[in-house]
Ligand binder design. Structure first.
Ligand code: 3PG
Ligand code: MG
Length: 389
């Protein structure tokens, strides 16, 4: 996919640039627990300053404050970190302003033309480096490209290059590993991936709907009954196409009434069972046999895409499956791409976040790109390029 790039905006000298970033970082109180989304776009800001931009007006959303100011989602901690990082790069921070949270204004999510007008007022150029928000047709994403010469920043451009490459010309064998709670959220992604992959590996809460489709009992585990038919069809069409869908063959289960989750006093008995979960027991992680089989698949792949944990990894009793998969994704010689969100948090927890080839900054955005091959933010940039030549 061809997107306008920073160089296409030249001359940048003396211009005022509106830069949309995705600084939606995880916070505990006002402490940023992972600053990746601030660190990466520094490259773009430094490039614009070095190329002579007079002023950068940087903007982002943070959390979901629902259209009104909420001190919980103030950009203050982000601003502090941003200036630290820019200063460390020797950048002239007097030319950089970070706006307050875009979502303090209801016009942002509503894509209100009046709000777009305030954003582009006094700006000459627009740079979108907010890959994580490119699936949102919000004012700051799709508005400015209608009025200003626009380009993708380095983070956005790299994300699209990697994910587009993954879907257009992956090296085979291509193995996709999907986990997470809900299969209903991932049907479109699974269908898009099935066309491209050699094998699809399924763990996490979503595996139980597939296991149910194969006739297994799932006990009290997560199950989306309305999706069983779709899973049956996916299994059948994969088989017809000569592709493999790997499901867990063993499962770590917790006794009925057991307590689990991050930071909770653990309660209940654990057992390792076959693919059938006893009545009322909860499947909360894939077992060691499944994890080893999944890891073999990943290790011998030429291309790996991973999104979603294999179990409730926030609870140490149910982290082993996710850890084994994370280790395999980190060590495979294949080109490894990890979707954002929970799989990124898991990699960070296990200290493996710098050992994959591409760690996406977008959870929802990367899945939607894989599913649809395009995003509103990308289309807006292409249209701007067509308009401004
Ligand atoms: C994300 O964290 O996935 C992006 O920043 C988008 O945030 P949103 O899901 O609140 O739109
Ligand atoms: Mg590798």
């Amino acid at each position: 996919m061809k997107l306008p790039e920073l160089e296409d905006l030249r001359p940048v000298g003396g211009k005022r640039v509106l830069v949309r970033c995705d600084f939606n970082v995880p916070l505990t109180g006002d402490v940023i627990t992972d600053d990746l989304r601030i660190r990466l776009p520094i490259e773009t800001l430094v490039w614009l300053l070095a190329d002579g931009a007079e002023k950068l007006t940087v903007c982002s959303h943070l959390g979901r404050p629902k259209g009104k100011p909420d001190p919980k989602y103030s950009m203050a901690p982000v601003r502090e970190r941003l200036y630290e990082l820019l200063t460390a790069r020797g950048a002239d921070t007097s030319r950089v302003e970070l706006m307050e949270n875009l979502r303090y204004n209801p016009g942002e999510e509503a894509n209100d033309p009046a709000f777009v007008a305030t954003l582009v007022e006094n700006e000459d150029l627009y740079v979108d480096d907010a890959f994580g928000a490119a699936h949102r047709a919000h004012a700051s994403i799709v508005g400015p490209p209608q009025f200003l010469p626009s380009a993708a920043g380095r983070v956005l451009a790299r994300e699209v290059e990697v994910l587009d490459g993954l879907m257009q010309k992956p090296e085979h064998p291509f193995v996709a590993v999907l986990g997470g709670a809900k299969v209903s959220d991932k049907i479109g992604v699974i269908e898009a991936l099935m066309d491209k992959v050699d094998a699809l590996v399924v763990g996490g809460g979503m595996c139980f709907t597939f296991l149910a489709a194969q006739g297994h009992s799932t006990g009290g585990s997560l199950l989306e009954e309305s999706q069983i038919g779709i899973c049956e069809r996916l299994l059948a069409s994969a088989e017809a196409a000569g592709k493999r869908i790997l499901l867990p063959t063993d499962i770590v289960v917790l006794s009925p009434g057991g307590v689990f989750g991050a930071g909770r006093e653990p309660e209940g008995e654990l057992r390792l069972v076959g693919p059938d979960v006893p009545e009322e027991w909860l499947g909360l992680d894939i077992g060691p046999g499944s994890a080893a089989a999944f890891a073999d698949e990943i290790i011998s792949a030429a291309t790996v895409f991973w999104n979603g944990p294999m179990g409730v990894f926030e609870d140490p009793r149910f982290e082993a499956g996710t850890q084994t998969v994370a280790d395999a994704v980190a060590t495979t010689k294949g080109f490894s791409v990890v979707g954002g969100g929970d799989s990124a948090s898991a990699l960070k927890l296990f200290g493996l976040d710098d050992q994959v080839d591409h760690l996406s900054t977008g959870g929802g955005a990367s899945l939607e790109f894989i599913e649809k091959g395009d995003l509103p933010g990308l289309a807006a940039l292409r249209e701007a390029a067509a308009r401004h030549g």
